[in-house]
Write a protein that binds this ligand. Sequence first.
Ligand code: FAD
Length: 500
Amino acid sequence: MIPNSEVQSIMKRFPKFEDSFIGLEYAPRLPKGIIRETKELIAYARKFNDEVVRPKALLLDKKTHEDPDYLPYDLMQTASEWGFYTMWVPKLFGGRGKNLPSLSPVVEEISSACVGIANVLAVHYLGLTSLMTSFNMKVTNRILKEVVEGERKGKPCLIAFAITEPIAGTDVEDNDLVDKGRVTCRAERVNGGYVINGRKVFISMGQVSEWTFVFAYTDLKKPSQNRVDFVVRTGTKGFSVGRHENKMGQRVCPANELIFEDCFIPDDQVLIDAYTIKKFTDKPLGEVMQRHMDYISSSSKAGVCAIGVGVARGAFEDALKFASETEVRGRLLINHEWAQCILAEMHKNVTLGRLAYMEANHANSHRGIYELLQMKPMYYYLKFMPSLYFRMLNPMLNTGLTTWAMSKMYYDMKKTEDVDCTSGLSSLAKFAGTDIGVRNCQLAMDLMGQAGLRHDRGMEKRLRDAKLLQIYEGSNQINRIASFKGLIAPVYPQTRVFEQ
Ligand SMILES: Cc1cc2nc3c(=O)[nH]c(=O)nc-3n(C[C@H](O)[C@H](O)[C@H](O)COP(=O)(O)OP(=O)(O)OC[C@H]3O[C@@H](n4cnc5c(N)ncnc54)[C@H](O)[C@@H]3O)c2cc1C
C-alpha cells in the first residue's frame, strides 16, 4: 500500500487528478436507498413504455405529420395519471420526492422507446429546476403547489423554460458571450414589477405549459450584468404564443415562439434580480446569474445525455433484434463477424454514455446542486418523514429565511472550482451522450439496409429525433468549449475561452 501522505503528494502534483474520478470519490457516500429507489423507478418506466409509449410512438409521429399543429394534451394527461409530473418534486413542496439523479435513468428508459414522449415528461423538470435553483422559495413554493394540485385534480400544470431568442441562442447561456450577442428581450422596471417586451423561440412545451420561466434584460447593451429571471403564467395580458415549429424530429413535443408585448410581471413573480440578490450577497448580479445558469444546465445536460443514451440503446436493441431475425447469404446476420463488430460498437457506446451521465450526476451530487439533498442523513430524513410533517413545515418556505439560507449557501459560499467541475462534466456528458445517440442510429441504419429507412420500423424516426439533441441545451460545439472551460482551462490559468 502507498502511504496516505504519498497519495496526497501525488494528488498535489496532478491538481485535476481527483476531478477525473468524481464517481470513485462519491460512490461510498451514496445512500444505499437511492440504488433501490432508482431500480424501482426504472421498472416503473419500463411498464410505462410497454403500456403507453411503444403503442403510441409511431402513431403520434404520423399524426404530427398529418397535423403539424397537434398538441400532446392526451399524453400529458396520461403522464400526469402515472405521477410523472410530481415524481421529482421534493416532498417539502408536496411532491413525491424521488432522488433527482434518478430522473436520468428514467429518461434513458423512456427515450429508448420515444424521445419526443420522453420530452413531454422531462421538459417540465427543466422549468422546475430553474425555479428551484433560483432558491426563491416563496415563488417556487407557490408554483409547485399548483403543480401538485394540478396532478390531484387531473389537470396537469407544467413549467416551460424560455431563454432562446430569435438571434441569440448559444449566447444567452454564458456571460462571456451574451454581451457580444444580440438579445432583444427587454425588462423595464416600473412600480410593482417589470414590463417585458421581446420574443423567445423554439420553446419546448411553451404552448401547453401553465407557467414559463424566462430571462429578460434591463439593459440590452450590457445584458450579462442586467438580467431578470421571472415566471409568467399562460394567459397573462401581453403574453401570447406565436409560431408552432414544424420540426424534423421529436414532433410530439411542440416547440413554440413566445411573444411579450408590454407584458406586466409583478414583483411576486420575479425569481432573481438586482434587488433580490442584495439580501444575501455583495457579489455582482452577473456572477450570481451565471451561477444560476450553471446550476440549471449542470442538471439538465446530464438529463439530455441520458436522452441521447436512450436513443442509442433503442437503436442498438432494434438492430440486435433485426440481426437475430434476418438471414444474409444463408446465415443469420448476427453470425456475420462484421455485424458483430457493429453491434459491439453500439453496445460500447451505450455503456460509455451511461458512465458520462452518471459521472455528471455524481458531480452534481458531490460538489453541485444536489449536494444537500443527497447527503445520507438528509436523504433518509426526507424519505421517511410522513407527508403531514412536510405539510406542517411548508409555510416556513414563505418566510424569507429559507431563501436567505439556501441562496447564501449556493450563491455566496459555494466554491468556483466546484461549479466549474460540475458544469464541465455536464457539458462533456451532453455532447458525448447525444453524439452517441446519432452515431448508433446511423450504425443501425447501416446494418438494416432498406428496412432502416421505412417509417414502420421506427429507425428513421429515431435518427430524426436524435439529431435535435445535438443542437439544444447548447450546440455540441459549444458544449465542447464549455467542457474545456470547466475542466481543462482551470489547470492552465493563462488560457482564455470565448474571447473571439
Ligand atoms: C427541438 C428544440 C427544442 C428547444 N427547446 C428549447 C427550450 O425549451 N427553451 C429554450 O430556451 N431554448 C430551446 N431550444 C433552443 C436551443 O437551446 C438553441 O437552438 C441552441 O442553444 C442553439 O442556439 P441557436 O439555434 O440559436 O444556434 P446559434 O447560437 O445561432 O449557433 C449556430 C452555430 O454557431 C455555433 N456557435 C455559436 N456561437 C459560437 C461560439 N461563440 N463559438 C463557437 N461556435 C459558436 C453553434 O455551435 C452552432 O453550430 C430548443 C431547440 C430545439 C432545436
